[in-house]
Every structure is written in C-alpha cells, then in structure tokens.
Write a protein that binds this ligand. Structure first.
Ligand code: FES
Length: 117
C-alpha cells in the first residue's frame, strides 16, 4: 500500500517545467507536461548526476541540462542509445493537489546503473 504525501499543487509546477521537493529520499523533481500530467524522478541524471529539474521537458521526457540525455518521465529510463535509469516515484493527483509516494521500491535496483559511464 502506498503512503501518499501531499507535496505541491499543480500551480506550483510551471508547465513544461519542474519543482524540486526535499524528501527523506533526497531531492525529487516533479515535472509537469504540456498536458498537465505530473511525474516524479530523483533529481539526478543516470549519466553523471546532472540536475534533471533544470532540464527541458518535452512530451513525456526531460532533456538533461548537462549532456542532453533524454529521460522518460514515465519510468526514469534513458532513451536509447543511452542506458540508465533515474529513480521514478509514483505520483497521483486529486484535483490540483499533487501527492508523491516514497514507499515503492521500484527503481531502487536500477540505481546501481548510475554512473555507468
Ligand atoms: S549528466 Fe545528464 S546527460 Fe550527462
């Protein structure tokens, strides 16, 4: 069962932008797409740890500001040919309120892929 925490309202996150929330899991970036969907990833690029929150959101991806890797917002996976995964966290919306769950371990295993290059 997920433990949902209220972390923001939709208006706190600029369209095609992000907002960083500080959690017990470190800094997590909330991304908002042009469709008003919100996704959460650890604010650390799987390449060399770049701040994904400062990247450019397009579609359901974010381009890392450091070297331009494209990261899927839905699962944190880098778009081929790049390989790696930023930890992904479940998000739910209730009206304009954004909730984040830190209890799911999905993606933890993939952190071992960080800094592969
Ligand atoms: S640190 Fe993100 S692409 Fe290099």
């Amino acid at each position: 069962m997920k433990d949902w925490t209220k972390v923001a309202t939709l208006n706190d996150i600029p369209p095609l932008g992000s907002r960083v929330v500080h959690t017990t899991h470190g800094e997590i970036a909330l991304f908002r797409t042009s469709e008003g969907e919100v996704f959460a990833l650890r604010d650390k690029c799987p390449h060399k740890g770049g701040p994904l929150s400062q990247g450019i959101v397009f579609g359901k991806k974010v381009a890392c500001p450091l070297h331009g890797w494209n990261i899927n917002l839905e699962d944190g996976n880098a778009v081929a040919p790049d390989v790696g995964c930023a930890r992904h966290y479940p998000v739910k919306m209730e009206g304009e309120t954004v909730y984040l769950s830190l209890t799911e371990d999905r993606g933890q295993r993939t952190e071992h892929h960080e800094d592969r290059r």
